[in-house]
Design a binder for this molecule. Structure first.
Ligand code: URA
Length: 239
């Protein structure tokens, strides 16, 4: 998603009766405010979430929105689908049509899905170098053994992408269940990693993204969260 920033003078000329050349004077007269502070230069960069006012008239007031959803099985991680209910169908928020999904889950995978209208934030947390941990609970069709732990730690070669997966942490919970933590999100990654052992994934549930986890959020329900929560601070608020 493209980052929507623009220069202040361009924004004002496109969103008011003033021309590009009028803007310098408006700023010199301290008539323009950005996020409650007086603007000081026509070259200031404004984003789609900068609150911009001119002579006490609000020219832009977009709020970034961050929503976490406990996705049920059979709900598709898309904003539109002809066949299945989508994650957006489960969300009630006035800005829901601006949202995009950060890290999709397969149709039959359950658990934590994040949605936002803040492209800069979602791009940042999705960067490989951010190495945000995503943790899954997995139920397998065949018994697990300790070899999985070292193979997942060393990485598995994915011939299609010609890459070796990043070190992943596997905790065996019982003969057929495990908790897997990944710092990347390749296509069907969890199923393909267990596929290396010809072990079919029967159920897959994402329990956390970074430090963000459900904390009592029921299946099919959603709530707002603070974007810094994924890094270990911030608070959620019920939608
Ligand atoms: N890995 C998968 O295979 N499926 C998901 O939905 C998420 C991670």
């Amino acid at each position: 998603m493209k980052s929507k920033t623009s220069r202040l003078d361009r924004f004002i000329s496109q969103n008011s009766a003033f021309s590009l050349s009028d803007t310098r004077l408006l700023i010199a007269q301290k008539r323009v405010f950005l996020d409650g502070r007086v603007a000081h230069s026509i070259q200031q960069t404004v984003t789609r979430f900068t609150h911009i006012s001119l002579d006490d008239v609000c020219l832009r007031d977009n709020k970034p929105v961050y929503i976490m959803l406990n996705k049920p099985r059979g709900v598709v991680s898309a904003t539109k689908d002809a066949k299945h209910p989508t994650v957006l169908d489960l969300i009630q928020h006035p800005q829901k049509n601006e949202l995009h999904i950060v890290g999709r889950l397969d149709l039959n995978t359950t658990g934590l899905v994040l949605l936002t209208n803040d492209g800069a934030w979602s791009r940042k947390i999705s960067l490989p170098e951010t190495k945000l941990t995503k943790t899954y609970e997995v139920t397998l069709s065949k018994p697990l053994n300790n070899e999985y732990i070292s193979v997942f730690r060393n990485g598995i070669y994915f011939a299609y992408e010609k890459i070796t997966t990043q070190p992943a942490r596997l905790e065996i919970l019982s003969e057929y269940t495990a908790r897997l933590s990944l710092t990347e999100g390749k296509y069907h990654q969890v199923k393909r990693m267990f596929g290396y052992f010809q072990n079919e994934v029967l159920a897959l549930h994402r329990v956390s993204v970074g430090h963000l986890s459900f904390d009592g959020l029921e299946v099919g329900h959603s709530r707002l969260f603070h974007p810094s929560t994924v890094y270990g601070h911030g608070e959620g608020a019920q939608l």
